[in-house]
Design a protein around this ligand. Sequence first.
Ligand code: SAH
Ligand code: SF4
Ligand code: F3S
Length: 490
Amino acid sequence: MTRPTVYIETYGCQMNVSDSELMYGRLAEHGYDPVDGPDGADVIIVNTCAIRDHAEQRVVGRLGELKRHMKPGTVLGVAGCMAQRLGPTLLAKARHVSLVVGPDGYRALPQLLDGARQGERTTATSFDLEEHYEDFAPRRFADVKAWIPVQRGCDYRCTYCIVPYTRGAERSRRLPDVVREAEQVVAGGMSEVVLLGQTVNSYHDGAHDFADLLHAVGAVAGIRRIRFTSPHPNDFSDRVIAAMAGVPQVCEHVHLPMQSGSTRVLRRMLRRYSREDYVACVRRLRAAVPTLNLTTDIIVGFPGETETDFAETLSLVEEIGYEDAYTFKFSPREGTPATRMDPATFVPDEVASERLERLIAVVRRGARERNLRLLGTRHEVLVEKAARRGELLQARTRDFKTVMVPADRVRVGGYYLVELTGTTGSTFTGAVRGEAPPVPPGRADAAAALAASAAASAPVTLPVLAPLPAPAVAAPSRGGRTLPLAAAGG
Ligand code: SAH
Ligand code: SF4
Ligand code: F3S
């Protein structure tokens, strides 16, 4: 008998990508063959996001479209945060969907699909605070960097956010389990890990905090780069910051969601920090890791946001100097506290759209200015994958800059020293100047070596810059349907 095939389509954040990897792994162990497209698949699963209304509308549209790709007998399942949020109403609304399963229900997936293939229609949306899918072998999408979930759920209650309702309470995996997974990642030929959690730096497994985790993962032989997303400003203890500075594998980039530059708005968002607290957090991070790059998430048009509040957001963006920002218009999510705020305080859509455009322009201008100053400098890059233009490969610096490098000079998975020769304002082109040293040097050594090599490099001819695209209404996507944790789709 031929093995049934399964296709999983993923929306939302890296947590969802990681969950899809776990689902593929689980189903492969239970006799399914993963396939790359929906046509002819025996099982199609859409792993969904609920963070903004737009994210859900895209999934609704896609579910309609998928009807055309289903053959008689194909089972269509909806997983993830929208599945958790809507539960049985999804089954009632979409007759061609036969399974609705939330983020804590993937262990039972093979059995649920058996039932569905026999005509049952089921919803499985209970939370399970013990569930970390420890015994699942993820089938990873990327072959250079590995996403490792270290925490599920969220205990913050930001008033705009649906995540605590779709993913339940915060819980951390045990440190030895994370270390074991990092060792498996190395055994699989990868050298970069991205530790995932909604407030990842609040990680605590009962015996170890996030600082312990960074040290432990850094001690795994073969791990050369460690990233994590997304941290919360309130959870950067001195210990965590010291570990970032002290573990050489921890990369010099932090995605630190700001949400707003106005203390008044932050209070209404229940972010639990003020503008001054946020600035102080950035100062502590930069004091410990001077070459640190920052990116962020910002919401505009939160209920009650005045022009003065928005001006404070713009000024904080300038003050911090972000390399990039994911920017969103506030989207009311049913059941969250923000929806119960006085309707008179709601910001009209035209006002929010106009603020978003201004914000994007300020973010882009700052990024472009900083990127221009980097031309001629040298960086270690890890080559990640083919770029859209065939003759180039896409690589990343430790501080998260995207660099296009000539495909004939490098291989995916390799580390090289490149000189930045051109920029579009957001991404770079680079010339290969040699292999990067095989072991990550200490940060001070690395900075000194790079400064020396930059000084030694030939004078730079400034490239002709491509014109910046018109401000988009939504945040720039990094391609595909998924974005880093802190910048989920929609
Ligand atoms: N746990 C992460 C965020 C996950 S959600 C953190 O706290 O940083 C990713 C981003 O989506 C958030 O940072 C926020 O900027 C945005 N977001 C969340 N809910 C939203 C809403 N209702 N409307 C608009 N943007 C929202
Ligand atoms: Fe939790 Fe982040 Fe949502 Fe706040 S924005 S509730 S920290 S997931
Ligand atoms: Fe869920 Fe991630 Fe979206 S946690 S709501 S898939 S942002």
